[in-house]
Design a protein around this ligand. Structure first.
Ligand SMILES: O=C(O)CCC(=O)C(=O)O
Length: 307
């Protein structure tokens, strides 16, 4: 298990998350008809309301609560908000990274050897992300392998899929922004690999607590250049020129989206935690490739562009 204490992130301009309105959706998996699949292809996302039964969500939340409190949460990685640095008396940390960083540099954090080194209260309140827990935590696997979800995304992708990455995205009060990006820019997968993301709301997600924001149709214009700014992200000045929607969600709703859809989430400005699972699925026969392709495609190097 890897433990990361992230950097403090600079605040974002509110204009970056000013949106034209909120996304609509369908109610339940049975409502995902041909028209809804076409909408997914056109817009790059589909919001399915009331998608995961309440008891499945509650079991997943209880499991994550246990993981937050455990000295060994039995997962591949735990990431803490930069806010924890104050609790730990750690100095600020601002890695000097190239505009086009390698995947190993993207954690932007300092590693800690053991969770027991961190004050208990801070660790419970300020965990930002768990990674890689589905194989060790059946209540979380129950969401990732939920039959109607899998059948729907396989219909959308037109091919059998497998789970590629599982993360719990926990945004505590004042928890940091995840700046606008395309998930494919974080994966060493050939550009034509269909990637389907499922973002599962484990608490209500609102504009105030940092819900998802998307650029409808933005997946169809291909890869965007990413720069190392607050994070590995699309340039703010490019974002504000585009059409954007906020996607408020209730507990148990699922947002399905294409791996090339630009999206981001603002800082949590409430007193409550915002919890979600983010699951990525790829074709069963898809294979990872050398990092060079990703950097050439999504990085700025040699392209004479600036941010
Ligand atoms: O859940 C969030 O706040 C953002 C998740 C996300 O977009 C990502 O990690 O790729």
């Amino acid at each position: 298990m890897k433990i990361f204490v992230e950097k403090m992130m600079a605040p974002h301009d509110s204009a970056v998350y000013a949106s034209e309105g909120v996304a609509g959706g369908v109610s339940g998996w049975d409502a995902v008809d041909e028209a809804a699949v076409e909408r997914y292809e056109e817009d790059g996302f589909l919001l399915v309301r009331d998608a995961i039964p309440r008891e499945v969500v509650e079991a997943a939340v209880a499991e994550l609560q246990g993981m937050r409190e455990a000295d060994d949460p039995d997962c591949q990685g735990v990431y803490f908000e930069g806010l924890i640095r104050g609790w730990l008396g750690l100095s600020s940390f601002d890695p000097d990274l190239p505009d086009t960083p390698q995947l190993t540099q993207l954690a932007m954090s300092e590693a800690v050897d053991s969770l027991a080194e961190l004050p208990r209260e801070a660790r419970i309140d300020l965990v930002r992300k768990f990674m890689g827990f589905v194989v060790t935590h059946p209540p979380l696997a129950a969401v990732a392998h939920y039959g109607p979800l899998l059948r729907t995304i396989e219909r959308m992708a037109g091919t059998p899929l497998r789970l590629f990455q599982d993360m719990a995205m926990i945004k505590p009060p004042e928890g940091r922004e995840k700046p606008w990006h395309q998930d494919h820019a974080y994966f060493n997968l050939p550009l034509d690999t269909p990637v389907v993301a499922a973002w599962v709301a484990l608490s209500d997600a609102t504009i105030e607590n940092g819900c998802m924001h998307v650029m409808p149709g933005g997946h169809r214009t291909g890869p965007r250049i990413h720069f190392m700014r607050r994070d590995w992200q699309i340039c703010d000045t490019d974002v504000v020129r585009e059409r954007r929607l906020a996607v408020p969600m209730a507990v148990g709703d699922v947002l399905l989206f294409d791996g090339k859809l630009p999206h981001g989430t603002p800082t949590n400005r409430t007193e409550q935690q915002r919890w979600a699972l983010q699951l990525h699925y790829i074709p069963r026969d898809a294979r990872e490739v050398d990092e060079g392709l990703r950097l050439e495609t999504f990085g700025s190097e040699g392209k004479d562009v600036s941010c």
